[in-house]
Design a binder for this molecule. Sequence first.
Ligand code: AMP
Ligand code: MG
Length: 380
Amino acid sequence: MNSGTSGKLLALIPKSGRRRFLTSLGTGLRQCIPKVLPLGCLLVALSGSACFILHRELPSRSFRSMGGLATVTLGSAHADRIEPVTAQVQGIFDRLEQELSTYRADSTISQLADQAGVAPIAVSDDAFRVLSLARHFGELSEGAFDVTVAPLVNLYGFGKPPTPAALPSEEVIRAQLKLVDYSRLILKDGTAFLPLKGMAVDLGGIAKGYAVDRAFDSCRSAGIQNFLIDLSGNIRVSGRPQWGEDWQIGVRDPFDRSRIIGKITLRSGMALATSGNYERFVEMGGQRYSHIINPKTGYPVTGTAGVTVLAQDATTADGMSTPFFVVGLKGADKLRQKAPSVDVLFVPDKYPTEIWLTPGLAKAFVPLPEYSKAVKLLYP
Ligand code: AMP
Ligand code: MG
């Protein structure tokens, strides 16, 4: 059975001297809300949840796209632009979903799988770019990020049900592993090709970050300077919420999603993404398995509860959060040397909660008092 949710980062809309507001919702609540909802309604919906203290009505709209909840929030100076800007962002997300989703039979990505081992297919500029970026993150992470992981994702029932009753045998996993190798994805002159029948790509680890960057660029081109875009916890900000204030993002506690472990201050242009084991998981043989697969072993990753990446754009934050989750604390140093401009927050999958931070995130992150003893510095 598939369960879980996204939305591991919470956009905190600040107001000096008052408590913070959370724009992100848990799964249960999300299922109850209509497609587009003014922020004021969210305040009411959430006020029944004792864990969050809410305030502030910056112009904000939420809608569903790319399999999750998207929220556009504008700085107070742009209040009158919220409707057209939301429509513009939704248009971008919906169009990318049509092309990049593995769940739609008519998407470019589904056609690429159908034509695997047969012939290259022509793809749009966006699809070509996001596939090229996915290959790039594959190379950077030495295969910890592998965009051709789809056969394994499907094997465990994440992509397409059913989920097997028990963990598949090593033999079955090994057979699917033969179809997983990002370096065999051929991208040439606006076409894409997978050379073996049965190969397929899954852009779930990068497409939302890419979509947020496209929306970010279009908002700036439209003259909007102060905004926050959140697509299932892939967040990028511009400017400030209002004069003298910074955008602040709350990070959920992976062991208790009703709480945040602390908040991150985001400078203009910066992005955050989180990969979490609580986000999507399946149960096989009474055990829970996360939706992120180690492409070296073929098994779902264990040992990490959550990884948050701070980067200069949302594609990098998303594209790096998944491989950091795969390599875990042990492999993080090596991976970070390949991408020194990113910062990482790790929560290992063990209790009590530990929060490991690289120096850049240590500057931007303020833990809640009850978590301050859990904070440890990674590579001081
Ligand atoms: P994220 O939440 O960004 O870490 O993305 C997780 C999603 O990426 C999963 O739901 C899969 O669709 C896909 N995925 C799982 N394992 C990998 C992997 N090792 N490399 C690339 N994508 C993956
Ligand atoms: Mg990712």
